[in-house]
Design a protein around this ligand. Structure first.
Ligand SMILES: Cc1cc2nc3c(=O)[nH]c(=O)nc-3n(C[C@H](O)[C@H](O)[C@H](O)COP(=O)(O)OP(=O)(O)OC[C@H]3O[C@@H](n4cnc5c(N)ncnc54)[C@H](O)[C@@H]3O)c2cc1C
Length: 369
């Protein structure tokens, strides 16, 4: 196996795979991930349309891959009447099982893939040494695209790792009868659940819950019955939906703390640079978009037209300019949704002025890239 690369990317999720496709057209690229493809992944699987044209340019035509055009939002909370509005930009219902495999197949056309975990990285004498369980590799620029939380974050002692991460998430696919074009967002005590269809007609139920609300219940099944089912829409969902997997996917220790897009000269993409609250439905598009920005800003350095420091500073500045506002609005919205009084007030207000919901949604999304 080759030991030297222009770019090594830790993480083959959305941002890592997109960057591998882009950089490998002109540079020597290796991406490293412990997973084999295809695989299911924690996600609400609503992909904002802002990246559809960009993916088409990469020869991934999602209109061919999924007919689930998510255009309507239904929003509910226990004890309140539902609110419906159209989604200003809309999105695609597509499973991570399928989407990541499409990107993976494109990435391996020109980039190398190593199915291992990156366990360490060192920046010395203008070169990165990247260590996996079996190899020591080197590259001009190391990129972290390791998602919400990884052992590399711990190794780097990043600020957010030292803060509390009191969130967990649960995902399951079901057979269930619902409209193809609808995304449902259901509020419950301590969290919220998204429900929508993916390309094969299965319905994805994915929720985020605070650890405090979950810990009083023994398991996901009890939590679903006792807490989520207090919302009558979720109660009806659980009574009528048939799970298609034996077990749900669960993850814990999710942190929404602020992160930096560049640390120790390492470029961070996707959730590794900043995680937007899932209720915004914009994390996947942001991950893909951040890979595009990384490619555009690092190219001049790799072509020896700009110093590494300047290229990384440009990336950091552009990342913040593009995403900081959305992240801030996401934080405010999540705060409102998880507070009973604010939710009550919010519902009262939005039922009278439903057009405001579309405006709020718009503010958590970007223009098509
Ligand atoms: C509950 C929930 C629901 C969500 N719903 C939506 C939604 O509906 N729409 C939306 O747009 N966004 C949603 N998001 C956000 C979205 O899933 C993420 O923003 C997106 O997956 C980020 O992509 P990424 O490339 O940063 O990371 P990921 O796609 O998570 O990929 C990270 C990769 O890094 C690998 N990795 C980790 N550690 C290492 C290591 N040490 N070495 C090598 N590889 C490593 C992992 O195996 C993984 O493959 C949701 C998030 C949550 C928590």
């Amino acid at each position: 196996m080759k030991k030297q690369y222009d770019i090594i990317i830790a993480g083959g999720g959305l941002s890592g795979l997109t960057a591998s496709i882009l950089f490998s057209k002109d540079f020597d690229v290796l991406f490293i991930d412990p997973d084999a493809y295809p695989r299911h992944k924690m996600c609400g699987e609503y992909l904002s349309n802002e990246v559809i044209d960009f993916l088409k340019d990469l020869d991934i035509d999602l209109n061919r891959e999924s007919s689930m055009n998510l255009e309507q939002l239904k929003f509910t909370a226990a004890g309140h009447k539902e609110i419906e509005c159209s989604l200003p930009q809309g999105g695609k219902g597509i499973s991570r099982y399928h989407l990541d495999e499409l990107l993976y197949n494109k990435a391996i056309a020109n980039a190398g893939f190593l199915q291992e975990k990156v366990i360490d990285s060192l920046y010395e004498n203008d070169t990165f040494t990247v260590t996996t369980s079996s190899y020591k590799l080197s590259c001009k620029q190391f990129i972290m695209a390791t998602g919400k939380r990884s052992l590399l974050d711990k190794k780097l002692d990043r600020d957010f790792i030292r803060q509390k991460s009191p969130w967990l998430a649960v995902k399951m696919h079901y057979e269930y009868n619902m409209q193809d074009n609808l995304v449902e967002l259901h509020n419950f005590e301590g969290g919220y659940a998204g429900v929508s269809k993916v390309e094969n007609g299965h319905v994805n139920l994915c929720y985020l819950a605070s650890y405090d609300s979950f810990k009083q219940h023994k398991n996901v099944s009890d939590f679903n019955k006792i807490v989520l089912s207090k919302n009558k829409f979720l109660d009806s969902f659980f009574k009528n939906a048939r799970p298609v997997w034996e077990q749900p996917i669960t993850i814990s220790q999710i942190s929404f703390e602020k992160k930096e897009p560049v640390e120790n000269s390492i470029l961070m993409m996707g959730d590794t640079a900043g995680l937007i609250h899932p209720l915004c439905g914009n994390g996947m598009a942001m991950a893909i978009h951040s890979a595009k920005i990384a490619f555009e800003e690092l190219q001049p350095y790799l072509k020896q037209e700009l110093s590494r420091e300047q290229a990384l500073a440009n990336y950091s500045k552009r990342w913040k300019k593009t995403f900081n506002r959305r992240l801030k609005i996401g934080r405010v919205l999540q705060g409102i949704l998880l507070n009973k009084t604010y939710t009550k007030l919010g519902f009262w207000f939005l039922r009278r002025f439903p057009f405001l919901l579309s405006i709020i949604i718009k503010s958590t999304h970007g223009k098509p890239i």
